[in-house]
Design a protein around this ligand. Structure first.
Ligand code: PLP
Length: 428
């Protein structure tokens, strides 16, 4: 039994001064029970907690750490930037270079830097409304786009984990223009356009949903969305905050080639510091202040430390690095599913490039309703046994597992050792 005494002490202290003891709900381990580990440091594929326990990390800060933790090039870039001053409130070379890197890798022609994925999607929606002069938006249940009011309807992930279908504090007015449809349900999208075609500003979708577990788009779902949006004069917003620069050099666009009119990014592009972005067609982006009338701003947007970390991360995210992440993901998915199969635990692996998740349920998961039919109790047992054996899994079965290019053979061996114990616990 590993000790979690210091984590417990810190969690108690945190609970006195921070609601629920954490600054983002899923960190609290509510879905799996127990005390969250307070992390003291991280390097490569490993996390070390305040009690000195080391874990192979399969969360990777929920996506950003594609090169692993404390990558020397990223640390050096941040240190160099910090020594030159941490924020100026004036433009910098780093912002230009990061924007150029994003434009070079993705279908967007212009990009605006912000500080969180929530800001990116919220601003993209405002821009879509400003550009089209329309009010309604379409989103899919189980897709998470951050916690802005209009998008916090049927939002998967943390919300699903807590079983809160809607959040108090989000007014009816804030979501009145949000049409929520079942994911992968093209007929429903067609009906919505038939009924409200001239009122819909945009459809926002995760390019490949990863916040209800991994639920890939069926066949030509994204392409058909794009076609319907074009037909009715609405914009397609591809949310690549999670998949961008992770599942390929560009993101899910590198897999299915469907370009959003607007695309949102975050996570990997900040290299573990707060940076995100939204971009798209130049004619749409031209509507954004100061070029156009749609207002959007941020004191720390394009922060020099964040752009330095993001640039160093993207420059390190080479084809070879992606090949390593892909190989590690395939190995870990294979180890986990083999262990579960051996113990006879019903499960379903769903894969999106180097992202995957395991539903503790039988049969294909094509939408949020199916994702919710899994046995979260078994996942909690699986999670805790893995933790006890030095593997830090996402503390919710509605999340993807994240690998990095630093997950080498030694880290994979530790996972191989832990999985049989985890599967046995899940079988009980
Ligand atoms: N969009 C997607 C697809 C996400 O996965 C997330 C976060 O997990 C967000 C938006 C919100 O990003 P942030 O947490 O940086 O606000």
């Amino acid at each position: 039994m590993t000790s979690d005494r210091i984590s417990q002490e810190l969690f108690t202290r945190a609970g006195a001064v921070v609601p629920g003891g954490v600054n983002s709900p899923v960190r609290a381990f509510r879905a799996v029970g127990g005390t969250p580990r307070f992390i003291a440091s991280a390097r490569g594929p490993y996390l070390t907690d305040a009690d000195g326990n080391e874990y192979v990390d399969l969360v990777c800060s929920w996506g950003p750490m594609i090169l692993g933790h404390a990558h020397p090039a990223v640390v050096e870039a941040v240190q160099r930037a910090a020594a030159l001053g941490t924020s100026y409130g004036a433009p910098t070379r780093g912002e230009v270079e990061l924007a150029e890197e994003i434009v070079a890798r993705t279908p967007v022609e212009q990009v605006r830097l912000v500080s969180s994925g929530t800001e990116a999607t919220m601003s993209a929606i405002r821009l879509a409304r400003g550009f089209t002069g329309r009010s309604k938006i379409v989103k899919f249940s189980g897709c998470y786009h951050g916690h802005s009011d209009g998008l916090l309807a049927s939002a998967g992930s943390g919300v699903a984990t807590f079983g809160l279908p809607d959040s108090p504090g989000v007014t009816g007015a804030a979501t009145a223009d949000t049409i929520v449809l079942g994911y992968n349900d093209l007929a429903a999208v067609e009906e919505a356009f038939a009924a409200h075609g001239d009122e819909i500003a945009c459809v926002i979708t995760e390019a490949c949903p990863a916040n209800m577990g991994i639920v890939p788009p069926l066949d030509d779902f994204n392409l058909r969305l794009k076609g319907l949006c074009a037909q009715y004069g609405a914009l397609l917003i591809m949310d690549e905050v999670l998949t961008g620069f992770r599942v390929s050099r560009s993101g899910w666009y590198g897999v299915d080639g469907v370009a959003g009119d607007l695309v949102t990014f975050g996570k990997v592009m900040g290299g573990g510091l707060p940076a995100a972005a939204f971009g798209g067609r130049a004619d749409i982006m031209a509507k954004l202040a100061p070029a156009g009338p749609v207002y959007q701003a941020g004191t720390l947007s394009g922060n020099p430390l964040a752009t330095a970390a993001g640039l160093a991360t993207l420059r390190g995210a080479t084809d070879e690095a992606y090949a390593r992440v892909d190989r590690a993901a395939e190995t870990v998915a294979g180890l986990a599913t083999a262990a579960l199969a051996k113990e006879g635990v019903p499960h379903r692996l769903q894969v999106a490039g180097n992202l995957f998740s395991i539903f503790f349920a039988d049969g294909e998961v094509r939408d949020f309703a199916a994702a919710q039919r899994q046995d979260t109790r078994r996942y909690a047992a699986f999670f805790h046994a893995a933790l006890e054996h030095g593997v830090y899994l996402p503390p919710s079965s509605y999340e993807a597992w994240f690998l990095s290019s630093a997950h080498d053979d030694a880290a994979l061996e530790r996972i191989a050792d832990a999985m049989p114990y985890a599967a046995r616990a899940a079988a009980e």
